[in-house]
Ligand binder design. Structure first.
Ligand SMILES: [Zn+2]
Length: 423
């Protein structure tokens, strides 16, 4: 079967791998996790575990998984009224290069109707995805439309798996037989956003609980960006390429407009009858990006990095939902046209860039890039504008991923950092 979507994603992976290998060359002194620390046999392992237990917990997570979480998940599975398959796995390079396809892969192996849920533990948070496969001819609603109407879904806690998994099971049951969605217990909801961040003790506890997760991979991306930052001085600066500062309001407007366009594109896709597996995959991916874009706009409405991140994610959601190929953003400035060119930059690291920035780099200069004010808390009244990639990647998933240009896992990293209270 022809799968243009997959081709696009694997083209992206190739680009990323190229960037990683280039990075490995100059970071060879550091220990780097192998590209396939996890293996493609992961789906087979999960399916084997499901033969005896529909809630499969990866062995790497078992030592730290609280029994109470599993009890809640099992109770929800038992009361669902439809077949439910749940897999809890740690994040890995294998998953981050297309983990949202996992429910589809798993369903293809099991071949039974039901809801397939994959919960991925990343350093600091859980990302939960699910796909509902109905028996042929069964009427009912779509899981995605139930999900998108569920106002509570964005308010669930991320630091343990049961709240999101139980909610996904409830949403699937509503889609399956039309029963009303129950209220979310208060203990599953995040405290108001005004609340202060988690204490050091909370963080330590969570780190123990989450286990190994994606630390290695994430660390690698951060190292890569740090490498880029250190080497920025070695590249000649452009004299004055479009010195006009970015207008925050303009980026906000464009992001909100794109979010609406993505919603409309998803609405059209939702209305299509007899969607193919590929269309279901696309919809899953588009919702993941759109949800992250909406969250960014809601959480930090005035922040330039967040608004630009929302613009990138909404633009990708709109394209994916419309059946167009996924495009990475321009690494230098995500508000530019998408990064349809590839350029070697700073010690031969390959980054996606818009045509304009690509030609600047090919002339041996550094594009002006998206400029942000340095933090006033650190520099007093300093209002200096610096390229965003010189900021500390640990402070922002947008910086750490180059808005998704360096690694296509911005939604996951946002969920993780959000839980950590990192801005
Ligand atoms: Zn550009």
């Amino acid at each position: 079967m022809s799968k243009p979507g997959r081709r696009t994603l694997s083209a992206m992976s190739v680009r990323l791998l190229a960037a990683f290998f280039a990075a490995t060359a100059f970071l060879s002194a550091l220990s780097v996790p192998p590209a396939h620390a996890d293996t493609p046999e992961l789906p087979d392992r999960i399916v084997a575990a499901w033969k005896t237990d529909h809630v499969s917990v990866d062995e790497r997570l078992r030592p730290t998984m609280p029994a109470a979480e599993l009890t809640r998940i099992r109770t929800a599975v038992k009361n669902a009224g439809l077949p439910v398959y749940v897999a809890l796995v740690p994040q890995s390079p294998y998953l981050s290069k297309g983990g949202y396809d996992l429910p589809t892969l798993l369903h293809a192996r099991v071949g039974e109707p039901g809801v397939y849920i994959v919960a991925i533990a990343t350093a600091g948070s859980w990302t939960v995805g699910g796909t509902l496969y109905r028996p042929a001819g069964l009427r009912g609603r779509d899981l995605y439309s139930v999900k998108s109407e569920d106002k509570e879904r964005m308010n669930l806690v991320y630091d343990r798996p049961a709240p999101q998994i139980v909610r996904t099971i409830q949403q699937a049951a509503t889609a399956y037989d039309g029963r009303p969605l129950p209220a979310v217990p208060a203990s599953d909801l995040r405290p108001e956003r005004a609340g202060s961040g988690p204490s050091v003790t909370d963080k330590a506890d969570r780190a123990t609980f989450i286990g190994m997760g994606a630390g290695g991979f994430l660390g690698f991306v951060l190292t890569l960006v740090l490498g880029l930052r250190r080497r920025k001085g070695t590249v000649k600066r452009a004299k004055s390429v479009a010195a006009k500062p970015v207008d925050v309001q303009d980026v906000q407007l464009r992001a909100d407009q794109k979010i609406q366009e993505a919603e409309r594109a998803l609405g059209r896709l939702d209305k299509r009858a007899n969607k193919t597996t590929q269309q279901l995959d696309r919809r899953d991916d588009a919702y993941r990006r759109l949800d992250a874009a909406r969250t960014l706009r809601a959480d930090q409405p005035d922040d330039l990095l967040s608004s630009a991140g929302a613009l990138v994610l909404a633009r990708q959601a709109e394209r994916v939902a419309s059946g167009a190929a996924l495009q990475p953003p321009c690494f230098f400035d995500p508000t530019h046209n998408p990064g349809t060119a590839k350029v070697d930059w700073a010690d031969d690291i390959e980054v996606p860039a818009c045509q304009q920035c690509a030609s600047v780099v090919r002339r041996g200069n550094t594009p002006r890039g998206l400029r942000v004010p340095t933090k006033s808390g650190l520099f007093g009244h300093d209002t200096k504008q610096v390229p965003y990639w010189t900021l500390d990647p640990e402070d922002s998933p947008m910086v750490a991923t180059g808005f998704g240009a360096l690694s296509d896992d911005l939604p996951e990293q946002l969920a993780a950092s959000r839980k950590d209270g990192v801005r």
